[in-house]
Design a protein around this ligand. Structure first.
Ligand SMILES: *Cc1c(COP(=O)(O)O)cnc(C)c1O
Length: 471
């Protein structure tokens, strides 16, 4: 399997070459040259597999530069009941007639990002050992991504994590999750500033090519192909749990921010999994809902990006969206470049409303969308608690609302549960007047000793800290 760039760069790469990389050299995103097709016999064989073996089968179609026995061992080590809480790994439960919740958030940090990040940690350790190399991961987080990365990389050989976060701006629970890690290879850096300052620092350090090379700086952001690939697996697992045979269509609703999660659904559907509809659920930051309704993709300015009660979906642009648009325009790299380089660069938007390709988003690729507000989230959280005695987090609530608007009788609708309610306790208290119960292993974490340094919002200070902690 070879990988290409959405922007037409002539080079082709193998999986392990792009594993440790971010963007392609031309600024594009990596995609496989084609999506392997899965036939009925294969689906029948996969239906009965435990999650780790299903993951191995799917990953094998995309990874041919890791010996199968090694890849199998990596999958088996990653997807265990011990780490993810159940033998099913992603258990499905029916909430009401035809509406299901697929639990993706029972991993170490209680959000779906663990599903991919835990695999990435093991793949990184394997590949770095094979190369005799080291990697220093530099990131910026306001919550879920940073903690998922730290829990995936803690104690891993060859990897250090330097995670910046805005001082005092994460929830006490999220802070405690990250700062209580005592592993020597995990460095929490609280920046006196806001999240944008942290992102600017990461950019500035990455743009210093000399420093980047000398200290082997890498990232684990959501455009990483390996993360997306890991997420393809739970669409298959959800499909198998929602159906008794492989001729039944199923729809999925996905709480969306950077379009990483739902893009994995697009890949699963493109491989031949019988997915009828992929519903993209957004909050007030509705860049994606606007596109699927109108054909116009309009990136928001920082001042037009709302701080909402489903904060992991607060995006101004969707960094994985380019992958889907590449398929939508028939993999025409010149056309893709015009949209993402020329149009977005010049005017901050592109318009496909008059292009025949736009109709394909719904008709051929099965996309629909929905949007929620803070009031919708509170109402959904209350209603779900009252009618089904089930607590959902604000992101999953955004999904449930959009799902109900797109229900088709006879077609199961699987809503991806992207976080546990305890991570967003303040909104649960606002909706229900009480804190959600906390899993035992997180009781009292706010009181644990914290491992964190405070630095000014200054890239030079962060560089100095990295240099000091690199031998
Ligand atoms: C990251 C995240 C999302 C958004 O996922 P994307 O892949 O960026 O679309 C939704 N919900 C939660 C809880 C998240 O952490």
């Amino acid at each position: 399997m070879n990988y290409l760039s959405t922007r037409g760069h002539p080079d082709r790469k193998r999986f392990c070459e792009i594993l440790l990389e971010g963007l392609a050299p031309d600024g594009g995103l990596y995609l496989p040259e084609q999506y392997p097709q899965v036939d009925a016999a294969t689906l029948a064989k996969w239906r009965v597999l435990p999650y780790a073996e299903l993951a191995f089968e799917i990953l094998s179609l995309y990874i041919d530069d890791i010996p199968p026995a090694d890849l199998k061992a990596i999958c088996a080590k990653t997807y265990t009941a011990e780490v993810f809480g159940t033998d099913e790994i992603v258990p499905l439960r029916e909430l009401e007639d035809g509406v299901y919740l697929e639990a993706l958030s029972n991993g170490p940090t209680l959000a779906f990002k663990d599903m991919a990040m835990q695999l990435l940690g093991n793949l990184f350790e394997y590949e770095l050992a094979r190369r005799g190399a080291e990697l220093n991961i530099l990131g910026a987080t306001s919550g879920d991504t940073g903690s998922a990365a730290e829990y995936a990389m803690r104690g891993k050989k060859g990897v250090r994590v330097f995670m910046t976060s805005p001082d005092g701006r994460m929830s006490p629970f999220q802070q405690a999750q990250m700062f209580s890690l005592q592993d020597e290879n995990i460095h929490n850096i609280a920046i006196t500033g806001v999240f944008d300052d942290c992102q600017d620092i990461v950019k500035a350090v990455s743009n210093d090519l000399g420093f980047k090379r000398k200290y082997r700086i890498g990232t684990v952001n959501s455009i990483n192909w390996a993360r997306l690939l890991a997420q393809v697996v739970y669409y298959f697992a959800g499909y198998f749990q929602a159906t008794a045979s492989n001729d039944k269509p199923v729809s999925f609703t996905v709480p969306s921010g950077n379009f990483g999660n739902v893009c994995a659904g697009h890949v699963a559907r493109s491989m031949g999994l019988p997915i009828q509809t992929l519903v993209v659920a957004t909050n007030e930051n509705d860049v994606l809902d606007e596109f699927f309704r109108t054909g116009v993709y309009r990136v928001r300015a920082a001042v037009d990006t709302h701080e909402t009660s489903s904060p992991s979906m607060d995006i101004s642009k969707a960094s994985n969206f380019e992958r889907f648009v590449f398929d939508l325009v028939g993999r025409d790299a010149a056309k893709l470049r015009k949209l993402f380089v020329d149009d977005l660069g010049l005017q901050g938007s592109f318009d496909l409303s008059a292009d025949p390709a736009f109709k394909q988003a719904a008709e051929r690729f099965g996309f629909k969308s929905g949007r929620s507000t803070h009031a919708d989230r509170l109402a959904t959280i209350r209603d779900t608690e009252k009618r089904f005695a089930t607590l959902v987090d604000p992101h999953t609530a955004d999904g449930l609302k959009a799902a109900r608007e797109q229900l088709v009788p006879g077609v199961p609708m699987v809503v991806l549960e992207t976080a546990l309610p305890i991570k967003f306790a303040a909104t649960l208290v606002e909706a229900l007047g009480a804190e959600p119960a906390r899993p035992k292993k997180f009781e009292g974490i706010e009181a644990l000793p914290k491992r964190v340094v405070k630095l000014p919002a200054d890239a030079e200070a962060v560089k100095a800290y990295i240099a000091e902690n690199c031998d």
